[in-house]
Ligand binder design. Structure first.
Ligand code: CTP
Length: 404
């Protein structure tokens, strides 16, 4: 395999010093690294430090005649296999999300089609601010891999999510991102089977807020949906995974969009269309509270609060009647009795092509294994109890046969 080239964009934050350790790890892993240092970053570390550690020239400005003739900002991004933004400040994330190019770093990021991995670090309030969360969701939707920050005590004295992950953890993300950026699957093998196909997957539960501290949810872990996303990406598909609130790593090569509620999931599915294949694995909450309270609901001496519910949009049924309906539309059915009969009714009601039905009366939700029945217009196939990743591969193989 050729030597991977990393372009490291170092933003302005106290965590910039950790970029120095990251450079050491990147080089130790046999990769080359070039650095772009923002003005903010230069308040924390010097170009000299980065040049010495990377043993490469460091780029700081868009307005450098010499560099623009020798190596312009376009070439700087194009020669890299992966661009890593670390630390990615709230400001950099906002500019990336908005497509602003007012510095060398932001121009490089806008002028590239190279995969980008952003590693945010900032104050907890800045991270949790709706604007930052909106920008992160936008970037993930655009295909940027945004690493979740660590939680803990921060340099500013506050506590919570926002800390830069440790350099070894960032290095693992880089290797994972490069794995998909550089992998060239064997021709004709499983790696080619879904090349050129766009696959949309929903996974996990949804959370429907009751008030700022409580929500309606279910026991879905997201494991089956994530395993299907991984299997589809292994087969070369362009995978868009819309995930409810779960604690699972993003499979290599998968574009992930995190959502919380059913309505957010429906909106994210709409944005991700069109797709050739859609597999809706998510255990979407059927109901939300009609009117979530703005403040925590308090006990009021005996009178029980009444939760007025409203029905959530049915994403699967909506997709079935959408003009952009994927050529192959697959739903899941979580049932506790009359599994196949209920799945057959669901197939007809939701007008999808297949239903993958499973018995969730045991510990399937959150568990490692799954015994499924594939219900189609042609009949029912029942598979033995298998680990979820094997169910995923077997399902993807069946899908390949169907779309070939
Ligand atoms: N589904 C969806 N949107 C919803 C509810 C379900 O897209 N609001 C999808 C699920 O992702 C799954 C399929 O529909 O692919 C079946 O989900 P399930 O919860 O089993 O079915 P429900 O429609 O909720 O039917 P019921 O609760 O009556 O069994």
């Amino acid at each position: 395999m050729k030597t991977p080239h990393i372009l490291l964009v170092v933003g302005g934050g106290i965590a910039a010093y950790k970029a120095c350790e990251l450079i050491r790890l990147i080089r130790k892993a046999g990769m080359t690294v070039r650095c772009v240092l923002t003005d903010g970053g230069a308040q924390f570390i010097t170009p000299m430090t980065l040049a010495a550690l990377s043993e490469n020239e460091v780029f700081t400005t868009l307005w450098d005649l010499k560099n623009e003739t020798e190596m312009g900002h376009i070439q700087l991004s194009r020669e890299a296999d992966l661009i890593v933004v670390c630390p990615a400040t709230a400001d950099l994330l906002a500019k990336m999300a908005a497509g602003i190019s007012d510095s060398l770093a932001t121009t490089v990021l806008l002028a590239t089609d190279t995969p980008v991995l952003a590693v945010p670090a900032m104050n907890v309030r800045m991270w949790q601010h709706a604007a930052t969360q909106r920008n992160v969701a936008q970037l993930r939707g655009d295909g940027v891999q945004v690493v979740d920050p660590d939680s803990g005590a921060m340099a500013c004295g506050e506590y919570g999510p926002g800390r830069l992950p440790e350099p070894v953890a960032i290095m693992a993300e880089i290797e994972r991102a490069l794995g998909s950026a550089l992998s060239t699957p064997p021709a004709g093998g499983r790696g080619e089977a879904l090349r050129g196909k766009r696959v949309l997957i929903t996974a996990g539960p949804t959370h429907e807020p009751i008030d700022p501290v409580r929500y309606i949810a279910n026991r879905s872990s997201g494991r089956q949906g994530f395993a299907i996303a991984a299997a589809a990406a292994e087969m070369g598909a362009e995978v868009h995974l819309i995930a409810g609130p779960v604690h699972l790593p993003t499979p290599p090569g998968v574009t992930r969009i995190d959502v919380e509620t059913a309505r957010e999931m429906a909106a994210a599915v709409d944005v991700a269309l069109p797709a050739d294949i859609a597999i809706l694995v998510a255990a979407v909450a059927d109901w939300r509270t009609a009117d979530a309270a703005d403040q925590k609901i308090k006990k009021t001496g005996g009178a029980l609060p009444v939760l007025q519910l409203a029905e959530n949009p049915d994403i699967l049924a909506g997709l079935a009647s959408d003009p952009r309906r994927p050529a192959l539309l697959i739903g899941f059915a979580a049932e506790t009795e009359h599994i196949v009969a209920h799945a057959q009714a669901k197939l007809a009601r939701k007008r999808c092509d297949w239903i993958v039905a499973n018995d969730v009366s045991g510990d399937v939700m959150g568990g490692q294994n799954n015994a499924v029945h594939i219900v189609t217009g042609q009949g029912v196939e029942s598979w033995a109890d298998l680990p979820k990743d094997q169910v995923a591969r077997k399902l993807m193989e069946k899908i390949v046969d169907a779309v070939r």
